[in-house]
Design a binder for this molecule. Structure first.
Ligand code: ADP
Ligand code: TYD
Length: 210
């Protein structure tokens, strides 16, 4: 049985996180790793129900505080039911978003609740990924990709260029604060180039830790 690992992907909407998370999961499986590919909000049956509550409906459906509680409740369930059991089985867990997204959106761009975000994280979550890929892309490019893919989950769409710019800069600042955990990847390149770099880093990192 392998040693479990917890990897996450972060970045603004449309940066290519989901594409890269899927690609890395497939590549590591080809190498013989057992991989659990998961996402937030969601990733467990209960958290997927909360996802629908939080992402669908009118923009003013929830206050920023209620939204923070819902994302944290979803994460707690995801951690209990999906992430921890998979790590204990020795699998590589790849999560499309984790707590850095709450730091960014509820803490900075949508909620301005940084102190509450940190306090709730410490109280109810208390873990970080071992390695986080920040897929970095100019806000204009992310917005163009994200709006080409509109669906039912529209509560957060239409946030505009200003918010996307704030989020991009916020993610880069988080990465600078925790250089040991983050790898910043230029996502504004052909998909295959981005995935080759992501795979190279992940594969070396997994090999180095034995
Ligand atoms: P995110 O999960 O960050 O919102 P996605 O992986 O869903 O981003 O990608 C958003 C859209 O952009 C999708 O339609 C996807 O096919 C496309 N896409 C992803 N990566 C690239 C890339 N490197 N170049 C061009 N288009 C991309
Ligand atoms: P996601 O499904 O990853 O959307 P996308 O593929 O467009 O990036 O996430 C949906 C939205 O939820 C996204 O706008 C970011 C937001 N979000 C938060 O505000 N807080 C959180 O803690 C998480 C995990 C996501």
């Amino acid at each position: 049985m392998g040693q479990g690992a917890f990897l996450s992907f972060e970045g603004i909407d449309g940066s290519g996180k989901s594409t890269q998370a899927r690609g890395l999961a497939a590549a590591l499986r080809r190498d013989g790793h057992s991989v659990t590919l998961t996402r937030e909000p969601g990733g467990s049956p209960g958290a997927e129900e909360i996802r629908r509550l939080v992402l669908e409906g009118e923009a003013d459906r929830w206050s920023p505080q209620t939204e923070l509680l819902l994302f944290t409740a979803a994460r707690r369930d995801h951690l209990e039911k999906t992430i921890r059991p998979a790590i204990q089985r020795g699998e590589v867990v790849i999560s499309d978003r984790f707590a850095d997204s709450t730091r960014m959106y509820q803490g900075l761009t949508r909620g301005n609740l940084a102190a509450e975000v940190d306090a709730l994280h410490e109280l109810m979550i208390g873990v970080e990924p071992d390695l986080t890929f920040l897929i970095d892309i100019p806000p204009e490019a992310g917005l163009a990709r994200a709006t080409a893919r509109a669906g039912a989950e529209m509560r957060f769409e239409g946030m505009g260029l200003e918010v996307q710019t704030l989020a991009r800069n916020g993610f880069l600042a988080l990465a600078a604060q925790e250089p040991a955990r983050f790898r910043v990847i230029d996502g504004h390149r052909p998909e295959a180039e981005v995935s080759a770099e992501v795979y190279d880093i992940a594969q070396r990192w997994l090999a180095a830790r034995g």
